[in-house]
Design a protein around this ligand. Structure first.
Ligand code: BG6
Ligand code: MG
Length: 213
């Protein structure tokens, strides 16, 4: 087997919470009168909540205090959590679930490497609360992607070296984080045009051919 461990980003890879991030940020941006679209949203993939807010505020005409920014980020998170509340096992696609099972049966350790502080909540909602061998997320890191910290922690939690793991990402910042940490990387979704990725996936099922030989 080419890799002993697979580290998955969550939002936009395991499930489509990326669309809820967009909706929640859009609601906040409209509320404060800031232009926001899907192109700007793509820059927020893999980026922490506060850093995402800073990117959105590039189009804000005025100054905000740190407390005001904190309040805005909390509001966005409340909008986001309202959307997450409606998630269920139905938000986990068959192709994702079948791929995870096949990789595990082949002997791979499976971990999450996500910048989100809501990762545990989302995993429970989609029925994967106890599934992964390790979860490294926004709660155990101090630097977000493209810093490799979240993936290095994930590898450490599953007792593997970066060179033994493959990172699966939908964000360019995530592909860069993988490379910065010494991991091979596979791009899916919005990241497929990222030339730095080692593999490009049309579907998550392509992982079976790459990993299980
Ligand atoms: C990442 C998303 O997974 O998590 C980013 O790609 C998001 O868009 C980041 O900003 C932080 O998420 P949360 O849930 O902690 O606000
Ligand atoms: Mg993502």
């Amino acid at each position: 087997m080419l890799y002993k461990g697979i580290i998955f980003d969550l939002d936009g890879v395991i499930c489509h919470t990326d669309k809820y991030h967009y909706k929640a940020w859009k609601k906040l941006a409209d509320q404060i009168g800031v232009y926001f679209d899907r192109t700007i949203n793509n820059r927020l993939r893999g980026v922490s909540r506060m850093e995402s807010l800073e990117i959105i505020l590039e189009n804000y005409d005025g100054e905000l205090t740190d407390d005001e920014k904190k309040t805005l980020a909390e509001q966005k998170n409340n909008y986001y959590r309202e959307l997450l509340n409606n998630m269920s096992r139905a938000d986990l696609s068959d192709e994702v679930y079948d791929t995870l099972i096949a990789l595990r049966q082949a002997g791979c350790k499976l971990a999450i490497g996500s910048s989100s502080k809501n990762a545990g909540f989302i995993l429970k909602k989609i029925g994967l609360g106890e599934f992964f061998d390790a979860v490294s997320d926004g709660n155990n890191i101090s630097h977000s992607k493209p810093d490799p910290e979240v993936f290095l922690k994930a590898a450490e939690y599953i007792n593997l070296a970066p060179a033994e793991c493959l990172v699966v990402e939908d964000a360019e910042s995530g592909i860069e984080a993988a490379i910065n940490g010494g991991f091979d990387s596979a791009a899916i979704g919005d990241a497929v045009n990222c030339v730095k990725a080692m593999y490009t996936l049309r579907s998550i099922e392509d992982l079976k051919e790459i990993v299980i030989i």
